[in-house]
Design a protein around this ligand. Structure first.
Ligand code: NDP
Length: 386
């Protein structure tokens, strides 16, 4: 039986990896909706290749181009935030949430509300609205499958026991391109140096997050919502080779780890075929060639992001959403050359210290916090501009 699938963020790194797996098994999947932000050319080409029913660009300025590229096909073109939500409500059996940033939250929530399966790459949505998203998923009886390699590894390791038998979850971290650098060396790094991840080929935003280690901070928050074992039982371990993607230690002191080549198609394949397994053409793991695996304690004096994230979960309320929005703005400012690398976590810290909105109770509250935080963070960026 074919599985109907929709991919939000189809033109991005995770979206393309997902489509590559579908390309390897065309008979098993039927594409309903594909979306992008402004990249209408690429989206139209993918929609035609996979005979999608609907193609959506979030940016309304890209609509004419999309419509023109799809002329003469039966693929429906649409644009704007409401069109994204409508596409998420089409009831695909399986939805990949791979939009970058909090912009992915509304369609992801809509897909969860349909009670089907959502594969979650878009960690910013969960960081901003974790409690709300988990509640919506439960209410609708939806299945939320983690795609982030660490969370997918934990998800797989948890199939060997029960969550209440878990003693500790270990999130592994590559340490990013500046793992061995001093703060002085990091002060002058360029966006080009920071996006060049040693192990993974990813979009620009997550690559910068990996370099600051805010990615691990966001993942800590993500793990806290996905795997309720208590924040104090989730630790971070630097593992430069990115072979062990994360581990679960049970109460009997058995530790289950998931290993694989650093290729996002492997965790995506797990989520795409779940509860089955699919074949892939990914590189097999060659441990003889790798020959050794190294581990280090994270150094929060050089990389404070994980400490900031841990404090944000403990503070609760609006704080994780503020952390995410401030980080998105700070990363964009660094990529545009407006601020320096070390300013990113400094800006997030200053923003979190600067105001305390009331606890969000609904999606509208989250959006209001997100919007207000972005305005305030832009002001901090202006004050720091290089
Ligand atoms: P990319 O930057 O490569 O792709 C982002 C996708 O989102 C593109 O399709 C882009 O469209 C679309 N998009 C961007 N902004 C908006 C918006 N405002 N509204 C709607 N769509 C938008 O990102 P990645 O694929 O690297 O990452 C996607 C998500 O997955 C992130 O949350 C990231 O943290 C997470 N993730 C990524 C991993 C990776 O290996 N890349 C690993 C684990 C998690 P367009 O092309 O038109 O700009």
């Amino acid at each position: 039986m074919t599985k109907s699938v929709s991919i939000f963020g189809a033109t991005g790194s995770v979206g393309q990896s997902t489509l590559d797996l579908i390309r390897q098994h065309p008979e098993d999947y039927n594409v309903i909706a594909l979306t992008a932000n402004g990249n209408a050319d690429e989206l139209a080409a993918l929609a035609k290749e996979f005979s999608a029913q609907v193609a959506v660009v979030a940016d309304e300025a890209a609509y004419d181009c999309l419509k023109q590229r799809l002329a003469g096909t039966s693929i429906e073109a649409s644009s704007g935030p409401d069109a994204l939500i409508a596409a998420a409500g089409l009831g695909a059996d399986w939805t990949m949430a791979a939009i970058v940033g909090c912009a992915g939250l509304p369609p992801t929530l809509e897909a969860l509300r349909s009670g089907k399966t959502v594969a979650l790459a878009n960690k910013e949505a969960l960081v901003s609205a974790g409690a709300l998203m988990m509640a919506e998923a439960e209410k609708a009886g939806a299945t939320l499958l983690p795609v982030d390699s660490e969370h997918n590894a934990i998800f797989q390791a948890l199939q060997g026991g029960q969550i209440q038998q878990v003693r500790k979850i270990t999130l592994t971290a590559s340490g990013g391109p500046f793992r061995t650098w001093t703060r002085e060396q990091m002060a002058s790094v360029t966006p080009e140096q920071a996006v060049a991840h040693p192990n993974w080929d990813m979009g620009a935003k997550i690559s910068i997050d990996s370099a600051t280690m805010m990615n691990k901070g966001l993942e800590l928050i993500e793990a806290h919502y996905l795997f309720p074992v208590g924040l104090e039982n989730i630790e971070i371990l630097v593992h430069p080779q990115s072979v062990i993607h994360s581990m679960v230690e049970y109460q009997d002191r058995s530790t289950l780890a998931q290993l694989g080549s650093p290729d996002m198609r492997i965790p995506i394949a797990n989520a795409l075929a779940w509860p089955e397994r699919m074949t892939t053409n990914c590189e097999p793991l060659n441990l003889v060639e790798i020959s050794r695996l190294d581990f280090e304690q994270p150094d929060e004096s050089r990389f404070p992001a994980t400490k900031i994230a841990r404090a944000a979960i403990t503070a609760g309320g609006a704080t994780p959403a503020m952390l995410n929005a401030a980080n998105e703005v700070a990363v964009a400012a660094f990529l545009n050359g407006a601020v320096q690398f070390l300013d990113i976590t400094e800006i997030v810290t200053r923003l979190l210290d600067s105001y305390s909105p009331p606890e969000p109770n609904a999606l509208a509250d989250i959006f209001a916090i997100d919007k207000e935080t972005r305005v305030r963070t832009e002001q901090l960026v202006e004050g720091l501009q290089v």
